[in-house]
Design a protein. Structure first.
Length: 258
């Protein structure tokens, strides 16, 4: 019983950190092959909730833990590439993979730090402009810095949803912005039910909690309508192309004798 009591006390003390780690882990399942696309909205909404009224230092830690959960699952295949196909030792492959995941997680941590450091008040601009913009900006930076790692972009999780209708207009980072915006709208709608436990409140004048719901529905409805627009048209005679997958094992593809 003492162990159970101690566990519960520690959980209540660090529930935000544990929640951030779990939320990040769940976000990985929004992408293929699981394709549970609502998690791309629910997970960022939970992270934003955890960032509300947090200090910049704690927001960095929460973002880092979120990133560790997200990339820890989402890029676990890197270990297989390094160890099995790169013929690297188990220890070295684990170390490289862990370092890679940590570096990627730093991006989310930095986002949380900057968001809470320069925008401490939960205003309209912070929720509906700065948070979505910062998420899209961080993904853009991650896609090119140090040669870039443009995997697990939030927008790519919505290729089979109504939100994909925005992609031809705004591109992948614009779609990421809209998904993060949807997360903010979802959070502000549910916030009255979470205010006691998470100290969830906003500095919004004349705010009505039904408006985010209407905006969220409208966001999806417009995307659904846009998905029916044929953005490209055939010009000239079609060209037939055939692609054949070479049957080459990954274990020997880099061997000089082959």
């Amino acid at each position: 019983m003492q162990l159970v009591y101690s566990f519960l006390c520690n959980f209540m003390t660090y529930y935000k950190e544990i929640s951030a780690l779990i939320a990040g882990s769940l976000l990985a399942f929004a992408f293929a092959p699981m394709n549970i696309y609502p998690l791309a909205i629910f997970s960022p909404a939970l992270l934003l909730l955890l960032w509300l009224n947090s200090s910049a230092k704690r927001a960095f830690i929460l973002g880092l833990l979120f990133g560790l959960g997200f990339y820890g699952i989402g890029v676990s295949w890197v270990f297989i590439s390094i160890h099995e196909f790169g013929h690297t030792s188990l220890f070295l492959a684990s170390l490289i993979t862990a370092l890679f995941i940590f570096i990627l997680a730093l991006f989310t941590g930095i986002q949380g730090f900057l968001l809470t450091r320069f925008f401490p008040s939960n205003t309209f601009i912070k929720l509906y402009l700065i948070f979505p913009s910062s998420w899209a900006l961080i993904e853009w930076v991650r896609s090119w810095i140090f040669t870039g790692f443009p995997w697990l972009l939030l927008g790519s999780s919505q290729v089979n949803t109504p939100l994909s209708g925005y992609a031809p207009i705004f591109g992948i980072y614009g779609l990421t912005f809209l998904i993060a915006l949807a997360a903010s709208l979802l959070l502000t709608f549910f916030c009255p039910f979470l205010s006691k436990r998470f100290d969830c409140h906003f500095d919004l004048k004349n705010f009505h909690y039904c408006r985010p719901l209407f905006a969220l529905i409208g966001l999806w409805a417009v995307g659904y309508v846009l998905s029916f627009i044929p953005w490209t048209h055939v010009q000239g005679k079609p060209i037939q192309i055939s692609l054949i997958q070479a049957n080459i094992s990954q274990e020997i593809k880099w061997e000089p004798e082959y």
